[in-house]
Design a protein around this ligand. Structure first.
Ligand code: KG4
Ligand code: ZN
Length: 337
């Protein structure tokens, strides 16, 4: 059995996980409450919180996996993309621990790991896995991509956002409504009680497989500004309908391009990953599209949608199998390359 300790600290979640081959044995996350009322992540606070959380999170993961630290085969860490100060904490910890234990170090790209989250096994190996090549709609707070996945590490981004990411669109819409950060899950919940046809918000149509969400945010902002002039409690009264309508606009735009991509490539293996893949309406609409279009649709289990270290550990496992190791002088990178 190959035991990988995965470390994730690219944004505001400090996470550690242990896998035994592709099976998850522990998946621990310390969320940072400190950003809640600021409408976004405060990078300086994120780094400090990572520094406080990293050791307890790793200790808990090892304990929960019921292994001894000397049994760990290798340590995988997120090298990027993400906030540099945050990445430095996980990277430095992983290097020091690997050196101390005398075991190999493996660097993992956060976005590739979101895709590879589909290969994490939880129970007995009965889960149906996507087969290569597949398309993966990877939607998080920092990225919105359609990825053509040819093999574990052979991925081509065939569509991307030209401005805001889908998660960012959710978070900014929530902020405009005065809802806490991160806004995606809050909008998802509120939308369940609302009518998605109550208001129409158009998403600009960008060429090819690319996305754009910044115009949507602006039209939402101006619409609310005008309504608030007429009725100062407009948002409070219509929170559910507003959430359902903005969510409908974002999800419709996401699915439209996935349909284009499937047509263009002829691929019918369709996966979704990243924090926004936790969205219940996106999951529903993608499943419906799958039935219409005759796709096999793959949705990760909830705990592997938003940032987690299980995906880092499993990506580390596949790299370990290829013998791809990192050097002690590997430095984090903030942007995808
Ligand atoms: O993948 P992730 O945890 O972190 C990044 O790599 O960015 O994604 C976080 C994003 C946030 O923008 C958050 O609002 C969004 O995922 N998100 C959701 C939901 N859960 C998380 N968006 C919509 N509906 C959800 N249920
Ligand atoms: Zn992420």
């Amino acid at each position: 059995m190959v035991y990988i300790l995965g470390i994730e600290s690219s944004c505001d979640d400090t996470a550690a996980a242990i896998t035994g081959d592709t099976k998850i044995l522990a998946n621990i996350i310390a969320n940072q409450e400190v950003h809640k009322n600021f409408g976004g992540v405060v990078p300086e606070w994120a780094s400090r919180a990572h520094q406080q959380n990293i050791i307890p999170v790793v200790e808990t993961a090892i304990r929960q996996a019921n292994i001894n630290k000397n049994e760990i085969t290798a340590i995988a860490f997120t090298r990027g993309p993400g906030l540099l100060g945050s990445l430095l904490v996980g990277t430095s910890f992983a290097k020091a621990f690997a050196l101390g234990l005398g075991i190999p170090l493996i660097e993992v790209d956060h976005m590739q790991a979101h895709v590879l989250a589909h290969f994490i096994q939880k129970g007995p190996n009965t889960k149906k896995l996507p087969s290569f090549p597949f398309l993966c709609l990877t939607v998080s707070g920092g990225h919105s991509q359609i990825v053509l996945v040819k093999d574990y590490f052979e991925m081509e981004v065939i569509g991307r956002t030209i401005d805001d990411a889908a998660g960012e669109a959710f978070d900014k819409a929530a902020k405009i409504m005065g809802l806490p950060y991160p806004g995606g899950p809050v909008i998802d919940q509120l939308a369940k009680e609302g009518n998605h046809l109550a208001y129409t918000f158009a998403v600009p149509n960008i060429k090819d497989l690319d996305y754009s969400f910044s115009g949507l945010k602006t039209s939402f902002l101006y619409f609310l500004r005008d309504q608030l002039k007429l009725d100062s409690s407009f948002i409070e009264k219509n929170k559910a309908d507003l959430s359902a309508s903005i969510q409908h606009a974002i999800v419709t735009s996401l699915i439209k391009k996935v349909k284009f991509a499937a047509k263009q490539t002829g691929i019918r293996e369709i996966a979704v990953s990243g924090g926004v893949s936790a969205n219940s309406y996106l999951q529903k609409k993608l499943t419906e599209a799958g039935t219409e279009e005759n796709w096999n649709v793959y949705i990760p289990e909830f705990s592997f949608t938003t940032d987690n270290a299980g995906m880092i550990a499993v990506a580390g496992y596949f790299k370990y199998c290829k013998g791809e190791f990192a050097k002690q002088d590997a430095v984090p990178y903030s942007r995808s390359h």
